[in-house]
Design a protein around this ligand. Structure first.
Ligand code: AVJ
Length: 336
C-alpha cells in the first residue's frame, strides 16, 4: 500500500465542501480507482484493494452488513461505547480535537462527540464522499457550535490537518469499526505511527479491533444467510464494469470468505467461475476458471497481540474495554 505519499486532494470547511459538488477530485478518484484495479490485477495472486468497495452503493451495502444478525462487530462495539463512554471521555479530557479515519454512518461519532466535554473540532477523513457529506451534515445539525472540517481523501495517503489546533486539548484519533484489520500487521504499524505523528504532540488514539474467536462465528459474519456480504464483494465487479465500461459480469464470479487461522484473518476473495479474457483500458487481463482475486483481509487480534502492535507503533495503552462475550475490544492509548 502506498502509505502517506500522495497529496491531500481536497480539504476545506464543511460549507465549501458541500457547495463544491463539481470538483476535479472526482475525476482523480475515478482515475485512482482504475489505476489501483489495474495494478492489483497485474499482481500474482490478483488483488483489489478493499478501500475500493466504498463508493455510494458499496457504502450502502456495508451499512446493510452492519445490521445483519451474523455481523456482530458493529453492534458489539456500539454496546462497548454505550457502556464506557463516560470513562473514555474523562480520559480524553476537555476541548478535544477529534480526528476520525473513515466516517461510516456517523453513529459512533455522535456518541463520542456527545460524551466529550466541549469538543473543539472534528476532522472526519473518508474516501467515500457521500458518507462524508452525509455524516458531516448530520453532525453539524447535532453539534452547531462544533468546528467540522471534512477531508475527502484516502487516509492511507499523506495528510495535512487544517489549522484548527490552537488551544485544543487532546488530539484524539478515533478509529472505530475494526478497520485497522484491513491492514496487514506491518502496514498497521506504519499507519498507526504516522497517525501518532499527525496528532503529536498531544496525540492519543481510541481504536476498536475485532478479537480472534471461534472460526465458525468469524466465518458466519462474512457469509451471511441473506447474501449481503456476497453482494458487497461482487459489487467490485459492478464497479469495474461501470468505471472501465467493460463487459465483466457478477454472474461469472463467486463470493468466497474464510478464516485463515495461520495469518489470523478473514480473507474475502472473488473466484472466477469461467476462464475469461478482459481488456481494461487497453490492458489484457486473463483469469483462469477457478482463479481467485483477493478483495479483503480482515485481521483478528488477541488482546495481547494488539497491545504489542500498539507498543510497536509508539503508543502506551491506558485502558481497554470489551463486551460480555469478549468478541471486540476498544482501546485508549497515548502517543509517546
Ligand atoms: C469495515 C473493514 C471493518 O472487515 O469486517 C464487512 C468490512 N467486509 N464484511 C470488516 C467488511 C465484509 C469490515 N470493516
Amino acid at each position: 500500500m502506498d502509505l502517506w505519499n500522495a497529496k491531500v486532494r481536497f480539504h476545506s470547511s464543511i460549507f465549501n465542501h458541500l457547495i463544491n459538488t463539481i470538483n476535479p477530485a472526482i475525476d482523480t478518484a475515478a482515475a485512482d480507482f482504475k489505476r489501483e484495479v489495474l495494478e492489483g490485477l497485474s499482481q500474482s495472486p490478483k488483488r483489489i484493494p478493499s478501500k475500493l468497495f466504498y463508493d455510494e452503493r458499496g457504502s450502502r451495502l456495508f451499512e446493510a452488513i452492519t445490521r445483519l444478525e451474523e455481523y456482530y462487530p458493529t453492534r458489539t462495539e456500539i454496546s462497548i461505547l454505550r457502556e464506557h463512554l463516560p470513562e473514555m471521555a474523562a480520559l480524553i479530557g476537555p476541548n478535544a480535537l477529534v480526528i476520525e479515519f473513515g466516517t461510516g454512518a456517523g453513529v459512533k461519532t455522535q456518541m463520542l462527540l456527545g460524551a466529550l466535554d466541549a469538543p473543539r473540532a472534528y476532522i472526519p477523513i473518508d474516501i467515500a464522499r457521500e458518507q462524508l457529506d452525509h455524516a458531516s451534515r448530520e453532525l453539524a445539525k447535532e453539534f452547531p457550535s462544533l468546528d467540522i472540517h471534512p477531508l475527502w481523501t484516502d487516509y492511507t495517503d499523506s495528510l495535512t490537518l487544517p489549522a484548527v489546533r490552537d488551544g485544543a486539548g487532546q488530539h484524539v484519533i478515533f478509529f472505530p469499526g475494526s478497520t485497522i484489520g484491513n491492514f496487514e500487521p506491518s502496514e498497521a504499524i506504519t499507519f498507526l505511527r504516522n497517525a501518532a505523528s499527525l496528532a503529536a504532540p498531544r496525540g492519543s488514539l481510541l481504536i476498536g479491533f475485532d478479537r480472534v474467536k471461534d472460526s465458525r462465528v468469524l466465518e458466519a459474519a462474512y457469509n451471511d444467510k441473506l447474501g449481503i456480504t456476497a453482494q458487497f464483494n461482487l459489487h467490485l465487479i459492478e464497479r469495474i464494469a461501470e468505471e472501465f465500461g467493460a463487459p465483466i459480469s457478477t454472474e461469472d464470479f463467486d463470493h468466497f470468505a474464510f478464516f485463515n487461522s495461520e495469518e489470523s484473518r478473514i480473507e474475502m476473495h472473488l473466484v472466477s467461475r469461467v476462464e475469461q479474457a478482459l481488456t481494461l483500458d487497453g490492458e489484457e487481463i486473463h483469469l483462469d476458471a477457478g482463479e481467485h482475486i483477493i478483495t479483503e483481509y480482515s485481521h483478528k487480534y488477541s488482546s495481547p497481540a494488539f497491545q504489542e502492535l500498539l507498543g510497536s507503533s509508539g503508543y502506551v495503552v491506558k485502558q481497554r474495554w470489551t463486551d460480555s462475550k469478549g468478541y471486540f475490544e476498544v482501546c485508549y492509548s497515548i502517543a509517546k
